[in-house]
Design a protein around this ligand. Sequence first.
Ligand code: SAM
Ligand code: SF4
Ligand code: FES
Length: 350
Amino acid sequence: MRPEFAASWQRAAAGEELDREDIVNLLAAAPGEEEEALYRLADGVRARVAGDEVHLRGVIEFSNYCRRRCCYCGLRADNARLHRYRLMPEDIVAVARQGVELGYGTIVLQSGEDPWYTAPVLAGIVREIKKMGVAVTLCVGERPREEYALWREAGADRYLLKHETANEELYARLHPGMSWQERLQCLQWLRELGYQVGSGNIIGLPGQTLADLADDLLLLRQLDVEMAGLGPFIPHPATPLAGEPAGSLELTYRVVATARLVIPFAHLPATTAVGTLAPNGRQKALQRGANVIMPNLTPTRYRADYQIYPNKICINEGPEDCRYCLEGMVCALGRRLGRGPGHTLKPIPA
Ligand code: SAM
Ligand code: SF4
Ligand code: FES
């Protein structure tokens, strides 16, 4: 082991607060002994903090219309080749019911930024799903504070809004017409409104450095997030980043493992993007710090059109297929499915 890696690893193992330099040292773990030591440590912290339960959050991708133009995403407004769809409110509620029947304790409602779903319409959907006794997570992008407040009053428990990158300049380049400050403002509002907040970033964006990724983890610690989605960049052919290389899978594992050390109490999903880059990607992530999976609940006929990146897994499967596939995956790892809503892992203040 190189001395700088060993020193940062020791500090992490002793539970000390890691600084930017430590985080960069851990993210730079070399293949072999260093990576294995990092993964062992992260898996141990995961076991201590989150136990062996893997929570499943059923995701309904209810609309692929989007008013934004994020340079990496296949749903961006400029992609005229994409067939667009919207699920009607009663259909969303019916799909959620199917998820509850499959045993999911959380329903995640995700879409492009689609103003067709006004705040009262989404609030009505949240209210109907809350009657089923499950947690509801919203992931529908940036909206005014009053709208977040209305959904919170309707019973929404959590909100997922990735900051995407902590590098303001890179953020500006990849998000035409958007502002990093506004993104952070939204995250602040969500916190004030009492949501369990999920954020996160993309790994392997063009021009991104290890120091940028360290800043991502420091920002997540500062935001005190309950959940962090950390997934690799996958280039989409109908976007300005079509010709760029995908994010590295190994780097993604190192980010997930380091995140478990920097924000130990956050739920960390083994992302669909990791599963897309490698058939056993999600299993590996679960053994390197992750404790959550977000199975697809979207009706099969819409799945191929929610193409944020190409070759997304589970396009031809249905909700039941994913449910039983994941139960098998979790059991094969010697873990078990989480019960109930799987709320925050943070210790309750005395
Ligand atoms: N529109 C909402 C938003 O952006 O917050 C929610 C849906 S959006 C499709 C969910 C996430 O997909 C984004 O936060 C982004 O990190 C991720 N994403 C989009 N395109 C991607 C790509 N090509 N590679 C990896 N992740 C991507
Ligand atoms: Fe729209 Fe979200 Fe894709 Fe950006 S990442 S284009 S906001 S769906
Ligand atoms: Fe969808 Fe395995 S999670 S088939």
